[in-house]
Structure formats: structure tokens, C-alpha cells
Design a protein around this ligand. Sequence first.
Ligand SMILES: NC(=O)c1ccc[n+]([C@@H]2O[C@H](COP(=O)([O-])OP(=O)(O)OC[C@H]3O[C@@H](n4cnc5c(N)ncnc54)[C@H](OP(=O)(O)O)[C@@H]3O)[C@@H](O)[C@H]2O)c1
Length: 345
Amino acid sequence: MEIKVLMIGFGHVGRGFADLLLKKEKILNEQYDLQVKVVGIITRSRGTVIDEKGLDLGKILNTTQAGQPFASTGLPVTDQSTEQLLETLDYDVLVELSITDLQNGEPATSYIKTALMRAKHVITTNKGPVALYLPELRKLSRNKGVQFRFEGTVMAGTPLLNLIHYNLAGLQIRKIQGIVNGSTNYILTRMSQGLSYEDAVSEAKALGYLEADPTADVEGWDAVAKTMILSAAVFKQPLTKEQIRRKGITHLRQEDVKAAEAQGKVWKLIATLEQREKGLLAGVQPELLEKSHPLASVHGATNAVIISTDFLPDVTIVGPGAGEYETGYSVLNDLINLSREIAVP
Ligand SMILES: NC(=O)c1ccc[n+]([C@@H]2O[C@H](COP(=O)([O-])OP(=O)(O)OC[C@H]3O[C@@H](n4cnc5c(N)ncnc54)[C@H](OP(=O)(O)O)[C@@H]3O)[C@@H](O)[C@H]2O)c1
């Protein structure tokens, strides 16, 4: 089966996904009968390239490594707007990988809606549209008979959402508790190894785990967005960010980490969703865990989530929560699953 992909965004995740398409071309062909043709890549400042016969991804990856605009590399550029291309180009799947905006989810939400309205499948790793508008986007995709997939929005390519959707099917999910932000876990881990909060933050920035402005991570907003996605996707109870108790890690200092250590405990930024009789309890906050707790031994930028259900008490999934290939893989995984469902008669 041939699938034509239109990409929005060619940053870390976009490049990781494009490179995986090249590296996995043979497997996709031979094991999944899948020929993926990228017919367009739209960016904010580098320009837009389109080719209905399929873009040469190897050339694009090589020539744009240093961040040059597409035009300077001899690639087939266009000055048509994103909206025009979404409305007119011949594609099967929109892969939306632009930057996350947690205030209004734009412009990604509008792009996704335009594609869905045209009955195009959509895959995204962008947290904004999913955290804020999942029920609406799901309804639209269902009405149009197409798929809306977003595995990479929580735990990157570590398949938390697919695990719950496919492998825990039929079970009642009672509680989800986990470390869903790798950079804060990295900071807390380095503090437990003797660094001050400030030095751990600087190190996390230098390693690319944190933005220049780390507020979204250290104040817990990124974890709140993921909690919103899980509440809507898993519990089917969308929450606003105001409905989620939130406390970041900015108040924690070396002394707190040392004091915890002396008690045989460890600080972790924990996101929790728990179905109670009165409703869904949702929060993101630093918690003191016993060292024997399964989340206590999750170090560095790794993510981990415990899913508690009615008949499998606790299932734990541990893995990367960010990264070029780690998140790019979530898109490839979504694409393979999407093609499997299209292929079913
Ligand atoms: N990186 C991760 O590990 C990770 C993990 C999970 C989820 N995510 C999410 O995945 C998405 C992509 O992340 P990333 O790390 O690849 O980001 P990134 O490196 O900052 O790249 C973002 C890309 O989107 C493009 N873009 C931004 N606004 C646009 C617009 N209005 N129209 C068209 N293109 C636009 C940028 O264009 P220019 O190249 O011109 O700047 C860039 O190519 C984000 O929503 C992020 O939150 C990332």
C-alpha cells in the first residue's frame, strides 16, 4: 500500500521520523507492504518543499543539517500557504509536528481540523491540540471516517497509549501514576547525586533536555498537558489545566533531596489520575517515594508509568519520553498501525 504523507514541522521529531523512513524502508516494504511517500514538508522559517512524486528525504536531511532554508539547497520549494497546501495537495496522512502551544493549541489545531475535514488521516506529537481538543478532533475524525493518532504526545515512542488501548483492552483503568517529564526527572536525579538545583538545571539545558526558558517543565505544565491527554484519551473525561492540581520542582533544594535520602526516600515529580467515586482525581506534584517504590529507581530523563486496573493490578511501562528518534518512532508506529487498520476490509 502506498501512503502519501504531508509533514508540518521538520525539527527534531520531523527529522527523526524522516530518517527512520529511510532506515526502515526495507522493513516497511517487506514486512508491512508499506511504501511511504512524503509529498510535502512545511516549516515556519525554512520554507516549504513539495513534490507529488515523493521528496528525496536523504537529500533533504543532508542539505538541511546546518539549518539552511530549503530554497538554498536546490529543493523544489513553493510559497503557497499552509492552508492552501492542506486544502489542495494530494496526500493521505497529515503528520503534524510543529511546536506545542498549550494556551490555544494553534496553529496546529486549525491545520489538523482542515486535514480531517478533507477526510485525511492525522498523526501528531503536538500536545496542544490533543490536551485541549481531543473529544472534538476525535468526533471530527470519526465523522469523516479517518484516524487521528497521537502516540508520541505522552512518553514519546514508548507505547503507553497503544499499550492501554490495545493490550489492556477490556480492563477498567483505575489509576495512572507516573513520571511523564524526563527533564525534571533528570534534574532531580542529578540533585540526588550532589548537584545544586541551579547546576542541575544548567546541565539539563546544556544537554538539550530543557528549553532556554524551562518554565513549562520545571513548573509542571508539560506534565499537566500529558495528564490532560491521559484524562481525555484513557478515562474519556477531558480536564482543563485548572482542574489539575499542579506544583513544580522549583522549590526543591539540595537539602530537601539529602533529607529524603537520609529517610531512605526520593523526590519524584509524579503525575496522577485516579478514578474515585466522586470523579477523577488529577494532579502533578513532587512526591516523596520510598526507595522500594517502582518509580523511585527511574533515573535520568527516563519516563515510567504504572497503570492500575481491575484485573491486572499494576502494569508498569518504562522508557524514553523524548528525543529525535524516540519521538520520531512514535510517528512511524502510528503510521504502521494506521495502515493496518486501513488495510482491514
Ligand atoms: N522533541 C521531543 O522529544 C518531543 C517529544 C514529544 C513531543 N514533542 C512534540 O513534537 C512537536 C515537535 O517537536 P520538535 O522537538 O521537533 O520541535 P522543534 O525541533 O522545535 O521543531 C518544530 C518544527 O515545527 C516548525 N514549525 C513551528 N511552527 C510552525 C508553523 N506555524 N507552521 C509550520 N511549521 C512550523 C518549525 O519550523 P522551523 O524549522 O522553520 O523553525 C520546526 O521545523 C512539538 O509539538 C513537541 O512538543 C517533542
